[in-house]
Design a protein around this ligand. Structure first.
Ligand code: NDP
Ligand code: 8X3
Length: 252
């Protein structure tokens, strides 16, 4: 039977690459994000491979999340796979210098947004006694690095919620997995550095960073294991990376 996947943060990076790979493999898609034009362009691109619908909402807007998901057309209501991917870092500062607006943006999207989306979709999975939730964490959810404070805290929360979901949903045959990437070359650093492209580019200079497609392939592998197999937690680094803060870079 054809599976249906709900992907948050599908307009860019890891979410977009996952949507493209899922479409190629005939998975029905619900694509979410705030940028409507990108959603529509992706829908157009992938519609010749699979059925696609889009939902434009901000994950941190509780009412918008509930309204959007409850408005899904009948043929998209049975969600088999939820990819909780939407999120970003905002800023890179010491705790004493950090911006409260940045802190709130990270907690509201990376933690509360993930919870809101899950809160709507999990009951539907429970009713059907089946489902798969993939939470996109980060190495920042396993380690804390200088100036990463609140982003790291938000991803530590994702790590905890991933474990909590697996425990609480165990009795309903719902699989729960987390993937924790190291450095992936996406729009992530453009957002973190608020459009400062010099700083953003420097993050990925001097080594081969992971690409969004690398993570998409791993997500696809995880969700296509036989039903009795649950890959519960994966850290994925570029080869040049050995910890959150240690990346072997060539001089350039
Ligand atoms: P991108 O910036 O390329 O993509 C982020 C996606 O999240 C976009 O589609 C964006 O869509 C969506 N998004 C962000 N905030 C919101 C919001 N408030 N409401 C709805 N959608 C939102 O970054 P990545 O692809 O790299 O990031 C994807 C996930 O991977 C994030 O959770 C990130 O923390 C995590 N990650 C990234 C790593 C990296 O090095 N790149 C490493 C480890 C984890 P839109 O703007 O259209 O709303
Ligand atoms: C993104 C990777 O190391 O910048 O989550 O936190 S890192």
């Amino acid at each position: 039977m054809k599976a249906t996947a709900f992907i948050t943060g599908a307009t860019s990076g890891i979410g977009k690459a996952t949507a493209q790979l899922f479409a190629k493999n005939n998975i029905r898609l619900i694509l979410c994000g705030r940028r409507k034009e990108r959603l529509l362009a992706l829908e157009k691109l992938l519609s010749n491979q699979t059925e696609v619908t889009t939902l434009q909402f901000d994950v941190s807007d509780k009412e918008a999340v509930f309204k959007a998901i409850n408005s899904l057309p009948e043929n998209f209501k049975e969600i088999d796979i939820l990819i909780n991917n939407a999120g970003n870092a905002h800023g890179l500062s010491t705790i004493q210098d950090g911006s409260i607006d940045d802190w709130e943006a990270m907690i509201d999207s990376n933690v509360k947004g993930l919870l809101y989306v899950s809160k709507v979709i999990i009951p539907k999975m429970i009713t059907r006694n089946t489902g798969f939730i993939v939470n996109i964490g980060s190495i920042a959810g396993k380690e804390v690095y200088p100036n990463g404070n609140v982003y790291c805290a938000s991803k530590h929360a994702v790590n905890a919620l991933n474990k909590a979901m697996r425990i609480d949903l165990n009795q309903y045959n719902i699989r729960v997995s987390a993937i924790h990437p190291g450095a992936v070359e996406t729009e992530f650093s453009d957002v973190r550095f608020k459009g400062d492209t010099v700083k953003a580019k420097a993050v990925y200079a001097g080594y081969q960073a992971l690409q969004a497609t690398d993570i998409a392939e791993i997500i696809y592998f995880v969700v296509t294991r036989p039903y009795h197999v649950n890959i519960e937690d994966l850290i994925v680094y570029p080869t040049a990376q050995a910890s959150a803060t240690l990346i072997k870079k060539e001089a350039h």
